[in-house]
Design a protein around this ligand. Structure first.
Ligand SMILES: [Zn+2]
Length: 58
């Protein structure tokens, strides 16, 4: 699971199984955070990658 959040307010800009480049995500929002309106191009945004582990019953 890939999660890209705004570095300023923590708004989730993208969350999904497919890896997306930062530039692609910036294009989705027009280069600014829709929540705090801070320019995403200037500020580095955090990319958290969590590994989904399947539980096996046993
Ligand atoms: Zn923000």
């Amino acid at each position: 699971m890939y999660v890209i959040k705004c570095d300023s307010c923590g708004f989730v800009l993208y969350k999904g199984a497919d890896p997306k480049t930062v530039e692609a995500v910036l294009r989705l929002w027009g280069g600014v955070c829709p929540k705090c309106m801070s320019p995403l191009e200037r500020r580095p945004i955090k990319i958290a990658v969590g590994l989904l582990k399947e539980r096996k019953a046993g």
